[in-house]
Design a protein around this ligand. Structure first.
Ligand code: NAD
Length: 300
């Protein structure tokens, strides 16, 4: 693996993703605004970038994993943006979850400079990032997506080409909107059973073998004590934060507005997560903590 990679954004997801590229033998220069995140990447085998601009000097590929569309546009676009610093043969892979509109703007700006770019948001969370088993949903030209594949394979287990520029982002928010809806439905159904005297584990076993079965119930049960190794069984710590689910539901609603699509359950899911995420404390909890919205104080 002789290609040189710059990896920008070494947070909960980007940190372990960059480490997996270094482990696969790539020459990875890493950069993050956070010194702690950067030091961790260096400990994991990446070279220390002094700035984003310096990190991309002479590299073949730039991979970014940033919190928002504004952060991504700030990094690549404008007079000091990375697109100005990259050579024509370079490949840009943005793995951040951002709006399809922002992703298309980035890819179009790259294309004007003769640079290939793809949107490649991920599904799987921090455990999959560490294990190198993420799912990538790519948008862009087939040629650019194929060029990105070897790098994505070093970080993930499955790679989908969803369609043209921005399509990866559309697939990602469709998935996460559905995830929010079935998580809330699962929490609501479990509480109805518990309020009527059922054991949540017995009810879960019944629904798993029946037509109510779904990923939230089977793999990420929101009711405390039903399943080991999920956030519900450790006070809803870790996992996928309510704040991030709210961001994704916001992107889903913006996308629906743009296409005049009717997404009533997505809108309700966003409202329920907004209600639940009314405090900073709740916004930091895993999204399965929506169960608490339905639970009653003991004795009522
Ligand atoms: P994070 O906040 O842990 O990491 C983001 C990192 O980017 C931080 O270290 C921050 O310092 C850095 N950063 C911000 N602006 C920068 C800039 N201009 N230059 C350099 N570094 C900069 O977030 P995360 O959990 O790693 O998530 C990253 C993206 O992945 C988000 O878009 C999120 O929606 C998406 N995502 C997260 C998960 C998850 O489970 N955490 C799952 C799927 C997708």
């Amino acid at each position: 693996n002789m290609e040189k990679i710059a990896f920008i954004g070494l947070g909960n997801m980007g940190g372990p993703m960059a480490a997996n590229l270094a482990r696969a033998g790539y020459d990875v220069t890493a950069f993050d605004l956070s010194e702690t995140a950067l030091a961790q990447a260096v400990a994991n085998g990446c070279a220390r970038g002094e700035s984003a601009q310096q990190s991309v000097q002479g590299v073949d590929v730039v991979i970014s994993m940033l919190p928002s569309g504004d952060a991504v546009k700030g990094l690549y676009l404008g007079a000091r943006g990375l697109l100005q610093a990259l050579s024509e043969n370079a490949l840009v892979i943005d793995c951040s979850t951002i709006s399809a509109v922002d992703a298309r703007q980035l890819i179009a700006a790259a294309s004007e400079r003769g640079i290939r770019a793809v949107d490649a948001p991920v599904s799987g969370g921090t455990a999959a990032a560490a294990a190198g088993t993420l799912s990538f949903m790519c948008g862009g030209d087939a040629g650019a997506v194929d060029a990105a594949r070897p790098f994505l394979q070093a970080m993930g287990a499955s790679i989908f080409h969803a369609g043209p520029a921005g399509s990866g982002q559309v697939a990602k928010i469709c998935n996460n909107m559905l995830l929010a809806i079935h998580m809330i439905g699962t929490a609501e159904a479990l509480q109805l059973g518990v309020d009527n005297g059922l054991d949540p584990t017995v009810l879960s076993d019944i629904m798993k073998a029946s037509s109510g079965g779904n990923w939230s119930l089977e793999k990420y049960n929101p009711y405390p004590g039903v399943m080991d190794g999920v956030p519900a069984s450790s006070g809803y710590a870790g996992g996928f934060a309510v704040a991030l689910m709210l961001k994704d539901l916001g992107l889903a609603m913006d996308t629906a507005a743009g296409s005049a699509s009717s997404t009533p359950l997505g809108a309700l899911a966003k409202n329920l997560y907004q209600l639940h995420g009314g405090s900073d404390e709740n916004r930091r909890l895993d999204f399965s903590s929506i169960q608490n919205l339905f639970r009653r104080p003991a004795g009522e």
